[in-house]
Design a protein around this ligand. Structure first.
Ligand code: CLF
Ligand code: SF4
Length: 516
């Protein structure tokens, strides 16, 4: 079965792919490709893979599904301009390919951005990654982007640097990317065929002129492929983001997956189109819909066996701060930062991260132990929703959840397959029953929802919709809890106490109500 996170096996496969790349190897970057790096020999631990790859992914919340339960990232919005137009983007909003729609609260200068990063690093020691992801394109604003990275490389050496780009300018900046040790680069690639691309991109600005139509998509495609090949040759880990646009590139994304894998991409993140008329985008205004949960999963599953898939993306804002799925940016506005004391203590950060790592290892061990006694695959497969505030545990009240994490279970496996945003049920201490139908819609494909606690009213409504509310496993690690529930579920089915029935599709929501 396709793993939904970067497992040790996936990393080994990636090492093999990098050892025989489809592009020429080059040198000159401080991060190197993994070819030639010896394995340490263990078959089930980080020592079994190239140390530099493990170091790059182990605490990056986007590059490792496991890590995203424990480590945080932040973005600084230093890049307002863009050099292309995507039909799913309105310049008044965040970059839709790296952030959910919503105006960036504050655009920052590099100096302001660096101060913000150091402040957040002292307040949130598990913040391990700084990304520049808009609100426009990081490489359409090269001075601001690289000045921010230059300063951070000196002042916060333990923070991983990450950037996101549409790829048009990428080949021009590969040297700069390597100069500042930017180990992680995301390229948004929605097509490898300009005939598909011209339905997504009305124009690009390149070589001092505006280009439209097929030619625009062709130039963008060629630049994206060249940039990806150059990064692979220099040993930079690349992630490909693709926006799934039903009827335009849904079937085409399998080919995208194949082509980017061939060129050494480490990870492929297929995200649902965000498209609402009120966003003012071309797609929103012309009624182009986004995919359902099942449509998204079908395309991701169809890509299994190709480039490793990321399924835990939250399409975060260009100024997001915190664990994926939470947004603490309001705590770090410029005026608040002015009043905060910056204590960037590397030693303290390391000590804290050691504790985080111990918890992450405990979650991993609990999962392995639960899988070892899961009973074996009998063909039954279900989805469950989980309410969590992080740490890899079932530790959130149903009424406090603004998203549910979705796991696919069989008798021999458990895999994170995505998340669903929901409106907050508990508003100011009271349950908001009007929200319940939308919450049920969001997790309608699940057989159970695992929570730390749930009130009588939502409990009854979920049961009526055929979704079991489960609070017996409060504060247990997620995979252990989910497999324990599933073992009991199968026992009840086998005993004739309940009937196993397939569930329906679910709705992917955007812009959920986050607070009372
Ligand atoms: Fe930011 Fe992107 Fe780096 Fe992550 S986000 S620049 S790789 S640190 Fe992550 Fe956010 Fe998805 Fe991006 S969840 S939108 S994939
Ligand atoms: Fe918008 Fe990002 Fe596309 Fe530029 S690359 S048009 S900012 S979605």
């Amino acid at each position: 079965m396709q793993s939904a996170y970067i497992s040790l096996g996936d990393l080994k496969a990636h090492r093999t792919a990098l050892a025989a790349p489809a592009v020429p190897q080059a040198s000159g970057c401080s991060t190197t490709g993994s070819a030639g790096k010896a394995s340490c020999g263990s078959s089930d631990g980080p020592g079994d893979m190239p140390a530099e790859i493990w170091e790059k992914v182990k605490n990056h919340p986007c590059y490792s599904e496991e890590a995203h339960h424990h480590y945080a990232r932040m973005h600084v919005a230093v890049a307002p301009a863009c050099n292309i137009q995507c039909n799913y983007c309105n310049r008044k909003y965040d970059c839709s390919n790296e952030s959910r729609p919503g105006v960036v609260s504050q655009k920052l200068t590099p100096d302001q951005a660096v101060k913000k990063v150091l402040t957040v690093a002292s307040e949130i020691p598990q913040m391990t990654v700084l990304g520049i992801a808009g609100p426009g394109d990081a490489l359409a604003n090269p001075q601001k982007t690289f000045e921010t990275f230059r300063q951070l490389q000196e002042k916060a050496p333990d923070i991983k640097l990450c950037l996101s780009t549409n790829g048009l300018a990428l080949p021009d900046y590969v040297d700069e990317i390597c100069r500042y040790n930017i180990d992680h680069v995301t390229i948004t690639i929605n097509m490898v065929d300009p005939a598909v691309g011209e339905k997504i991109y009305p124009w690009i600005y390149w070589d001092h002129r505006r280009i439209t139509g097929y030619e625009a998509a062709k130039v963008l495609h060629e630049r994206q492929m060249l940039g990806l090949e150059m990064l692979t040759a220099r040993g930079v880990l690349t992630k490909i983001n693709s926006v799934l646009i039903p009827g335009i590139n849904d079937e085409h994304l399998m080919e995208v997956n194949r082509e980017v894998k061939k060129r050494g991409a480490f990870l492929h993140n297929i995200m649902p189109l965000i498209s609402e008329a009120e966003h003012g985008t071309h797609f929103g205004l012309t009624g182009q819909r986004g995919p359902s949960a099942q449509e998204l999963k079908d395309v991701q599953d169809a890509c299994a066996g190709g480039a490793n898939l990321m399924r835990h993306c939250r399409q975060c804002r260009a100024d997001a701060v915190g664990l994926l799925g939470e947004d603490r940016s309001d705590e770090f506005t410029l005026d608040k930062i002015e009043e905060m004391e910056i204590v960037y203590d590397l030693e303290k950060r390391r000590e804290y991260q050691d504790k985080v790592e111990a918890e992450r290892q405990a979650q991993h061990a609990a999962k392995e132990a639960a899988l070892a006694s899961a009973g074996g695959d009998d063909g039954m497969k279900v989805l469950v929703a989980v309410a969590t505030t992080g740490g890899g545990k079932v530790n959130q009240h149903f009424g406090h959840a603004t998203e549910f994490q979705i796991y696919e279970l069989t008798g021999a496996s458990t895999a994170f397959i995505g998340h669903r945003r929901v409106d907050l049920y508990c508003q100011g201490g009271y349950g908001e029953d009007e929200q319940l139908p939308s919450i049920v819609n969001a997790i309608n494909d699940c057989h159970a929802v695992l929570v730390a606690k749930i009130g009588a009213c939502p409990r009854d409504e979920l049961k009526a919709a055929g979704i079991e509310p489960v609070e017996e496993y409060a504060h247990e690690f997620i995979e252990k809890a989910a497999l324990a529930w599933f073992a009991d579920y199968r026992r009840r089915v086998a005993a004739g106490e309940i009937e196993h029935i397939e569930r329906g599709d679910a709705r992917i929501r955007q812009g959920a109500v986050m607070a009372a």
